[in-house]
Ligand binder design. Structure first.
Ligand code: HEC
Ligand code: HEC
Length: 323
């Protein structure tokens, strides 16, 4: 009887099935305004298909996932600067994507204010997908599969730019990383080794002012003492604000899954966590010099490795969609 009632209610349900984000109880409420783009199972699935579909690029060779791979925390790993269609080299390293529902601005310099519009940047960038949302919409409306997916997600068969962007944002919002050893420690279901515990103390003292828990970013733009790359001449946040005080400020990246999201920094200049820690140990550009012994560096790296979230990296809901 119970099963039959459930079947009936599913059949009678007028539209797509509402979905709810799952995240730890002690996290703040997401910043994203879901009332303007309510999550649905069908919307998320459509967004996932679009994220993995090279139809989004001009020559239909490169998808979002081409630069943002699920098993490397949605960063790219084999090169420092991003590679677009026809191997055109970009100017920045693709960041890891996680917990975007809490983000306040996007890109290394915060050029984009809202997740719903973010996808327009790679779609139109000549060194990335080099396409236009209008042409993508035409291709989707002419495709044999997409009209039914748009109908399931939005009620009618028509693809529109707004629907494409909203569906992709829905998928990206589900990319929640909250299942690392660190998270289990916080929930009281796991314990740190002495080395990890010591690394955590060093982290809280030296790193957490910018890489604040639980997102491991304060969502702000900061200077971490890296010298300007004289080839790329990327001044970060100043590009957007034109304010000299913002020179060499970059968005503080999350450190979740940092074991897998190498190379590091906006230009991918470091390949190893040890290189990053060595940078922080020797820079004189921070307010407070960090004095880290060799053992402390090792402990700090051990702590950073507790941020690896295998359930996230290998989540079947995040990987290439099956037929
Ligand atoms: C050619 C490689 C490439 C492709 C293709 C690509 N991206 Fe990116 N992505 C990047 C780079 C590089 C950045 C950082 C750009 C910057 O800071 O100016 C980025 C940044 C982002 C961000 C901001 C993350 C943050 O925390 O600030 C999101 C979200 C994102 N991409 C999603 C997408 C989506 C969705 C697509 C497909 C429509 C896509 N990307 C296609 C390379 C790529
Ligand atoms: C003053 C703020 C600040 C402090 C303190 C700080 N960071 Fe950072 N961190 C940043 C910024 C900003 C970036 C990005 C810089 C860039 O790309 O040019 C960054 C980047 C990183 C990255 C690379 C992440 C990636 O995905 O590329 C790692 C790893 C990192 N920091 C670890 C640490 C550790 C460990 C400490 C403590 C020893 C620390 N940070 C202290 C601001 C800070």
């Amino acid at each position: 009887m119970g099963a039959l009632l459930m079947l009936l209610s599913a059949a009678q349900r007028p539209g797509p099935e509402p979905a709810v984000l799952q995240y730890p109880k002690n996290w703040p409420a997401p910043r994203y305004d879901f009332s303007r783009n309510p999550l649905t199972r069908e919307g998320i699935e459509l967004g996932r298909r679009l994220f993995y579909d090279p139809v989004l690029s001009r020559d239909s060779t490169l998808s979002c996932a081409g630069c943002h791979l699920s098993f490397t925390a949605f960063a790219h790993v084999d090169h420092a600067l991003s590679h677009g269609i026809q191997d055109r080299i970009g100017t920045r390293n693709a960041p890891a994507l996680a917990n975007l529902a809490w983000a306040q601005a996007f890109m290394w310099d915060g050029a984009i204010q809202h997740l719903d519009f973010q996808a327009l940047a790679p779609i139109s960038s000549p060194t990335e997908m080099d396409h236009s949302i209008q042409k993508i919409v035409e291709k989707l409306n002419a495709s044999p599969r997409y009209p039914a997916l748009f109908e399931a997600a939005f009620g009618t068969r028509k693809a529109t730019g707004e629907r494409v962007l909203k569906a992709m944002a829905q998928f990206e919002l589900t990319l929640i990383s909250a299942g690392s050893k660190y998270d289990r420690m916080m929930a009281g279901t796991d314990t740190f080794s002495r080395q990890e515990q010591n690394g955590y103390a060093i982290f809280q003292k030296n790193c957490a002012s910018c890489h604040a828990e639980p997102f491991f970013t304060n969502f702000s733009f900061e200077k971490n003492g890296l010298p300007l790359d004289t080839m790329l001449r990327d001044y970060g946040r100043m590009r957007i604000t034109q304010n000299p005080a913002d020179s060499l400020r970059f968005k503080v990246p999350t450190l979740r899954n940092i074991e897998f999201s190498y190379p590091y920094m906006h230009d991918g200049r470091f390949r190893k966590l040890r290189d990053v820690v060595n940078h922080y140990a020797q820079t004189t550009a921070l307010d407070r010099p960090l004095e880290l012994s060799a053992n402390e560096k090792t402990d700090l790296v051990a702590f950073l490795l507790t941020l690896t979230d295998r359930a996230f990296l290998f989540n079947p809901d995040f990987s290439f969609p099956k037929e």
